[in-house]
Design a protein around this ligand. Structure first.
Ligand SMILES: Cc1ncc(C[n+]2csc(CCOP(=O)(O)OP(=O)(O)O)c2C)c(N)n1
Ligand SMILES: [Mg+2]
Length: 183
């Protein structure tokens, strides 16, 4: 599945007033293609580009949705690298029974840093691959429901299941890795 296919599939299943959050650096263009932001207060990301904001921020936003009675669905697109910068927020989301859907577009790498390496003409930078990470185990370890989906149909089924839960879900989806041009 491509990143665009993944994002389009999720957009087609969740409610129209869903709050979208993002920390998936190499896929931002695909996300905005598949999921245009048309309403105020419906999209959140870190303006600074610093990793580790979105996951704990999603806990705050979901708490506010519940406390205000607005109860919009919160969906977080978070890269397989970015996932680890403030992962302990998953424990709070689980303890507070917050129905957040965390989607991990798993490309197996720090793709945006490979793009920077291309831009800087520095081939072979070490440490930019992320093999053998098990996001289902990580999610379950923090008390979340967790699934892995590989096809459009599997993603649709998994998202519908997540929407029916009272607590958080981690959904790992392998995607085709791409290195976006930065210029
Ligand atoms: C706190 C912090 N540390 C390091 C970085 C540098 N950095 C920017 S993007 C990135 C990798 C993100 O990887 P992933 O979430 O898998 O997204 P992908 O690029 O693969 O889409 C890193 C380490 C940063 N922005 N903030
Ligand atoms: Mg990645």
């Amino acid at each position: 599945m491509t990143a665009v296919e993944l994002f389009e599939t999720i957009r087609s299943v969740v409610p129209d007033d869903t709050v979208l959050m993002e920390e998936s650096p190499s896929n931002i263009a695909e996300l905005h293609t598949a999921w245009p932001i048309e309403k105020p207060d419906s999209f959140y990301t870190a303006a600074s580009g610093s990793l580790g904001w979105t996951l704990p921020a999603s806990v705050g936003i979901a708490l506010a949705e519940r406390d205000s009675g607005r109860n919009r669905t919160v969906v977080v697109m978070i890269g397989d690298g970015s996932f680890h910068y403030a992962i302990q927020g998953l424990g709070t989301a689980a303890a507070q029974r917050l129905p957040i859907l965390y989607v991990v577009p798993r490309n197996g790498e720090y793709a945006i840093l490979k793009a920077f390496a291309d831009l800087e003409e520095t081939p072979g930078v070490p440490g930019l691959d992320l093999p053998s990470l098990d996001f289902v185990s990580l999610g379950e370890g923090y008390g979340c429901a967790a699934e892995r989906a590989e096809t459009v149909t599997e993603v649709q089924v998994a998202v519908k299941a997540a929407l029916g839960r009272s607590g958080p879900t981690v959904l790992e989806v392998p995607i085709l890795p791409t290195i976006p041009p930065l210029l």
